[in-house]
Design a protein around this ligand. Structure first.
Ligand SMILES: [Zn+2]
Length: 457
């Protein structure tokens, strides 16, 4: 028998195609889906209402969707804080190459918990460091996502271009081409769920042009298409990467991606900061998606991605926290604000992004780039009930007239409740299914254990 939850007396930003909003409205959730929503009170006579939430003073939005992250970095935060990307990577690779399953599990719990408390209902982890003998890292990350209750995509990463092959990572931190491909395929076979409402999906995700062989890029794309899963990697992040591509491949990153099968509507790419007009046109023509990571780009002095130009051209764009070694806060809801502010420092100035476009990047745009727009990313009847109640009637926000502006431009808004497929995962800013204090302790312990192992090496 269907069970209903009624949420009433709230402002609603649906982020549907028309950006429909209700100043005072209701949402009816039936099992794992949104059944109806609109202005005023919920319809009379609904049966099997198991819960009625008076959401006075709240804004209800779709749950936030994070499109780029590296969970393991949760235990290597606050290091190399004044470097650009390449120097920062070279400083951190030796530490990262010593992670094990207990560490990736704790770090995933920390990363997921922090995002979920801040309104993320769909997360992803681009994990690409698989030291020999380190255990079932992918399984440990997926377990942490299941326990937290967040919808999840594991982007099974890989690196096979070590220093001896002209790459950036040390040789001991990389896999072989054959090993990486076989392990990626096994992860897809074991964990990918293609069904509507899936809680776990897997993408094929070689790390970046400067850490992956051309053959792994090519064969990774072939593998992903044979399996019907999505493709993810880093692209056009810094000027140094552009130079690297020109020297090694005789072309810029976008042309290199196209030559290896890495543009397409099943691909999304992190950063895309250094894109010229023809790069943006190629992304638009092929419907290749972008994970925009404004805080990380600022932290590593990478530059300002041309998000307004991408949106105008029709490129799907979502938001990403990126790894927390380059964005220590680990929160996505603050990226709405940072995306708006940073893009207004770019070429388009005050016309760069509106508050509503920023909210769209963090919700529907994210659903698009993860290939899940028919299921999540907007509040519409028939879609999954992934939604967040933001509390906007306290000191921080009560005097801001426009609730969407309050959410995007104001202080980080507290989450009163967050639902994934109708299942509540956060209440009054606390995680419901896992013990936050225990996670804080285990992440601290694992960070210290890793630091001790590195110090001994
Ligand atoms: Zn990244």
């Amino acid at each position: 028998m269907v069970q209903r939850i009624v949420i009433e007396n709230c402002a609603i930003a649906t982020v549907d195609a028309a950006d429909t909003e209700y100043a005072d409205g209701y949402v009816v959730v039936a099992d794992n889906r949104i059944e109806s929503l609109g202005a005023g009170r919920a319809p009379e006579g609904l049966e099997n209402v198991v819960r009625r939430i008076d959401a006075t003073g709240h804004l209800v939005t779709p749950g936030l969707v994070n499109t780029h992250h590296h969970f393991y970095q949760w235990i290597t935060r606050g290091l190399a804080t004044d470097n650009n990307l390449f120097d920062w990577l070279v400083a951190l690779y030796p530490t990262w190459a010593r992670i094990d399953e207990r560490m990736t599990y704790a770090a995933a719990q920390g990363s997921l918990g922090m995002m979920a408390r801040g309104g993320v209902t769909t997360a992803m982890d681009h994990h690409y460091v698989f030291p020999k003998g380190s255990g079932d890292l992918s399984g440990s990350i997926i377990r942490a996502a299941r326990e937290t209750g967040v919808r999840f995509t594991l982007a099974r990463g890989s690196m096979d271009r070590g220093e001896k092959d002209g790459g950036l990572p040390p040789d001991f931190a990389v896999e072989t081409l054959e090993g990486a491909l076989a392990a990626t395929e096994a992860t897809v076979d074991e964990h990918h769920d293609a069904s509507f409402g899936a809680m776990t999906q897997v993408a094929v995700a070689p790390c970046s042009p400067f850490s992956v062989s051309t053959e792994l890029m090519r064969q990774g794309a072939v593998l992903a298409r044979r399996k019907g899963v999505r493709l993810h990697t880093h692209g056009s992040e810094t000027v140094e990467e552009e130079q690297f591509c020109k020297e090694l491949f005789g072309m810029g990153p976008t042309d290199y991606f196209e030559s290896t099968g890495w543009l397409g509507e099943d691909v999304w790419m992190a950063h895309c900061v250094h894109m010229n007009d023809s790069d943006i046109a190629a992304f638009a023509r092929t419907r290749t998606g972008v994970a925009h990571c404004p805080s990380s780009n600022a932290r590593l002095a990478a530059g300002i991605a041309r998000v307004p130009d991408m949106l105008a051209a029709g490129v799907p764009v979502g938001l990403g926290v990126d790894g927390t070694a380059s964005n220590e806060s680990g929160e996505l809801h603050t990226e709405l604000r940072n995306a708006l502010l940073i893009n207004r420092l770019g070429a388009h100035r005050e016309a760069a992004l509106t508050a509503r476009q920023a909210l769209r990047l963090g919700t529907y745009g994210g659903a698009q780039v993860l290939g899940r727009a028919p299921e999540i990313g907007s509040l519409e009847p028939g879609k999954l009930a992934d939604l967040v109640l933001w509390k906007l009637d306290t000191l921080a926000h009560a005097s801001i007239a426009d609730p969407v502006a309050a959410l995007v431009l104001g202080a980080a808004a507290p989450v009163t409740a967050s639902f994934v497929g109708g299942e509540q995962i956060v209440e009054n800013g606390r995680l419901l299914h896992v013990d936050e204090d225990a996670i804080a302790r285990s992440t601290r312990d694992e960070a210290r254990r890793l630091a001790r192992i590195v110090a001994r090496a």
